[in-house]
Design a protein around this ligand. Structure first.
Ligand code: N01
Length: 536
């Protein structure tokens, strides 16, 4: 896309062409003839899935639920091939959506937003891109995802490393040939746990550097048969009804039974069955797993025992099962043969709790326990989650920048708006269920609410909607209260709290009160004349 000197005048500008940006574009294109564009840094649609193409990348939500539900025809015509889709298939799906709903003419690709300023005189957002292109829009909607800004650890000596290094979230599009390579993988979150088995297959040797041991449950990925696909399509309405009415947007209900009210023998049977079923549904085995430490211990012990049963070397098994936090209090990974990978001859584990990294040098990684010579380092070290991608856009409201407004951590109303930033909406922003839910369901809820809101503002003959400071303070308090009723904020190194990025304020960011409660809160606000917002 070349640079044009004229500012593009729009009703709404959307930033990002992933699941949220595409649906927001579709909805606003069909509203009152609004002029809308999407700017996207990548050269194609896809968002998270455009960038995350590391070995083993795969969605943790099940394919028939990790998709849009707004169009019956789309649900009917699209065939998923596996229980969990990989990036290529998700990208094919999103490209199909872009074509099917004729979205491409309004996508400005290869264009990165550099700054967005609210101009008080015109009541419009003035947006400038890195390539010099400019937009002016009444409404600015961020659809930048929650996990898009790579967190690359500041380890002494990385610049001296003579081999190649990569972050999983910025994986080269054409892949990396790891054959014959000695690979170091730093990080054992959801990404690292997906990547290690696949890297181990490809590389000559893999050393996994683990700082905090992690739980994982088998994903049990499989090809979908025609029969399963037909059944999912036949039952689409009832499946979607579950997804749209429960706490997490997944196509299942949480067992209402408490682990602590269940006899030991029955409890073990339920865990065994959940382990066999596999996937994130393990979290739904009992109702009290995320609210009661003793209940959580029963699940944690079950998984630790599974790890020890799988991993043959006792010292490795001890390091992998020495997990310091409640199950599910960090985002729980799911895997395909992760723990089994440590039984391979070409895989070693380095327990950084025992022997921390001292530095990186020309030839590899030096820990306090020894030197590990490697050709490639893979950083599976996560993201500056939820706020990173918003703050790097240099957004400036009436009086201050978003960075200044959020210096003590993100604060907003309903996860959707920040006081002092009129007509700015953040899809799946901090303070919304987002990462605690099946993302496409949360995205659809946000997009539909924003669309209704813009429609209502325009129908009322108004030009501006802005939340009040009081409403924002009340919501922030509520977000904290519902988080504190769970075990989620008790984990030290959690990205939910921003604790994984040095210097980032530690505030529990997502809304833990459940997607159902959240949906109701948003609907009530709209129905009550946009309580907590000022329309002008
Ligand atoms: O990142 P993470 P991720 N030295 O932050 C370690 C989503 N996701 O990319 O735990 C050594 O969870 C860090 O150690 P510790 C999902 O929501 C979705 O894995 O901080 N180690 C940890 O082990 C997920 O939660 C899918 O002690 C360092 C790891 O790096 C989110 O993305 C698939 C370090 C980072 O784990 C992020 O997952 C994959 C250092 N300096 C991911 N710094 C789906 O399928 C960090 N670590 C949808």
């Amino acid at each position: 896309m070349s640079q044009s000197t004229a500012t593009v005048e729009l009703d709404a500008l959307i930033v990002g062409a992933g699941f949220s940006g595409l649906y927001q574009l579709h909805m606003l294109r069909n509203l009152r003839g609004l002029s809308v564009r999407v700017v996207e840094a990548g050269d194609s649609v896809g968002g998270t899935w455009y960038w995350n193409r590391y070995p083993g990348a795969r969605c943790d939500s099940e394919s028939h639920a990790y998709c849009y539900t707004f169009s019956k025809e789309l649900t009917e015509e699209w065939d998923w091939s596996e229980r969990y889709p990989g990036p290529d298939e998700i990208l094919r799906y999103l490209n199909h959506v872009a074509d099917r709903f004729e979205l491409r003419p309004w996508l400005d690709l290869n264009r990165t937003v550099q700054s967005a300023r609210f101009d008080q005189d015109s009541n419009r957002w003035q947006v400038e891109c890195k390539d010099g292109n400019r937009y002016s829009a009444q409404f600015l909607i961020t659809a930048v995802g929650c996990l898009s800004t790579a967190n690359i650890p500041d380890i002494e000596g990385l610049d001296d490393f003579s081999g190649q290094w990569y972050h999983t979230g910025q994986w080269p599009r054409d892949g990396v040939d790891l054959s014959g390579c000695r690979v170091a993988q730093v990080g054992t979150g959801s990404t690292g746990i997906q990547a290690a088995p696949v890297i181990a297959e490809a590389a000559a040797h893999l050393t996994v550097f683990q700082r905090t041991a992690n739980y994982s449950v088998p994903a049990r990925n499989c090809a979908l048969t025609d029969e399963v696909r037909q059944q999912q399509k036949r039952n689409a309405e009832s499946i979607q009804q579950v997804m749209h009415s429960n706490t997490n947007g997944h196509p299942w209900k949480i067992n209402p039974q408490n682990a602590l009210d269940t006899a030991e023998h029955d409890r073990q049977a339920i865990y065994e069955q959940s382990w066999e079923t596999g996937g994130l549904k393990f979290r739904a085995a009992f109702a009290d797993l995320l609210t009661d430490n003793t209940a959580n211990d029963t699940a944690a012990t079950f998984i630790r025992n599974k790890i020890r049963q799988v991993v043959k070397d006792p010292e490795t098994a001890a390091s992998l099962s020495n997990i310091d936090h409640p199950y599910g209090a960090k985002r729980p990974p799911i895997d395909t043969h992760y723990f089994e990978t440590f039984n391979r001859d070409n895989v070693d584990l380095v327990d950084l709790k025992k022997t921390p990294i001292v530095k990186i040098d020309r030839d590899g990684i030096q820990t306090s326990g020894g030197h590990h010579a490697v050709d490639v380092i893979v950083f599976a070290t996560g993201f500056d989650a939820m706020t990173g991608s918003l703050l790097r856009m240099d957004i400036r409201g009436r009086e201050k920048s978003l960075a200044d407004a959020w210096v003590a951590g993100p604060s907003n109303y309903l996860g959707l708006q920040v006081a002092g930033f009129p007509n700015l909406f953040t899809i799946t922003g901090p303070g919304s269920p987002s990462v605690l839910s099946n993302m496409p369901v949360s995205i659809e809820q946000h997009v539909e609410w924003i669309t209704r809101c813009i429609d209502d503002v325009l129908a009322a003959g108004k030009t501006c909607i802005e939340c009040t400071e009081d409403a924002m303070a009340g919501w922030v308090q509520h977000v904290n209260d519902v988080a504190n009723a769970t075990l989620l904020p008790t984990v030290k190194h959690s990205w939910y709290l921003g604790a994984n990025v040095p210097g980032k304020p530690q505030v529990f960011m997502p809304y833990a009160g459940g997607l159902d409660q959240y949906r109701k809160a948003c609907n009530d606000v709209a129905t009550n004349g946009y309580e907590g917002f000022t329309l002008s």
